[in-house]
Design a binder for this molecule. Structure first.
Ligand SMILES: [Fe+2]
Ligand SMILES: [Fe+2]
Length: 197
């Protein structure tokens, strides 16, 4: 995969190394390794999966107040919940930034970056892969992480549904806000798995 993305894989690695703290960079490399490996297993493009993973958290460490200002300026606020829980904004912000400032054109990669925080109804295999690998990369330690990872290796849709359900349980138990997009993603994946569409 070369310059057709506007950035090559070395540029993506370099951007991640320069934009992220050591811990977040390590997380990013973990997401890249898992996404690449699962992509290979399922006959998806492993280089594209690695690339999307390397850039998924590029906006994560921008101070939250500045993230909100950028989101308003770039008109990417779509729900009241976006402002109530602005930690979700770094996905759409990174996608906007990569598209408009780095000329990244690949719509599938842009969508995977944008939707990794909340999910999205109708996600492509690459979007599901980045969403799930973000939760399941090798540095993540929580009960049942191994079985969720295995579910992703077995079936991307089923594994992603399990990740969304894990997240919904966590949000419910900790009484945190549930964004409408996560609910819609859950319903969409349930429907797809039931009816195959
Ligand atoms: Fe993230
Ligand atoms: Fe992440």
């Amino acid at each position: 995969m070369g310059k057709e993305l506007g950035l090559n894989i070395e540029d993506a690695l370099d951007l991640a190394a320069r934009s992220l703290s050591a811990t977040r960079y390590c997380h990013t490399l973990g997401v890249a390794a898992l996404a690449e490996d699962v992509a290979q297993r399922h006959g998806l493009d492993p280089a594209k999966a690695r690339f999307a993973a390397l850039v998924h958290d590029l906006a994560k460490e921008i101070p939250i107040e500045y993230q909100l200002r950028l989101a308003r300026r770039w008109q990417i606020l779509n729900y009241p919940e976006d402002e109530q829980a602005p930690a979700v904004l770094h996905g759409p912000l990174a996608a906007y930034w990569l598209k408009h400032y780095y000329g990244l054109k690949d719509q599938e990669v842009l969508a995977a970056v944008a939707h990794h925080t909340l999910g999205y109804p109708g996600m492509s295999p690459l979007e599901m892969l980045i969403y799930s690998a973000d939760l399941l990369e090798p540095n993540r330690k929580f009960p049942h992480v191994d079985s969720l990872r295995q579910a992703l290796y077995d079936n991307i849709e089923q594994g992603t549904l399990a990740c969304v359900e894990h997240t919904l349980n966590y949000l419910n138990e900790s009484k945190r806000l549930i964004h409408p997009l996560t609910r819609l993603t859950h319903e969409d994946l349930q429907r797809r798995l039931k009816f195959g569409a």
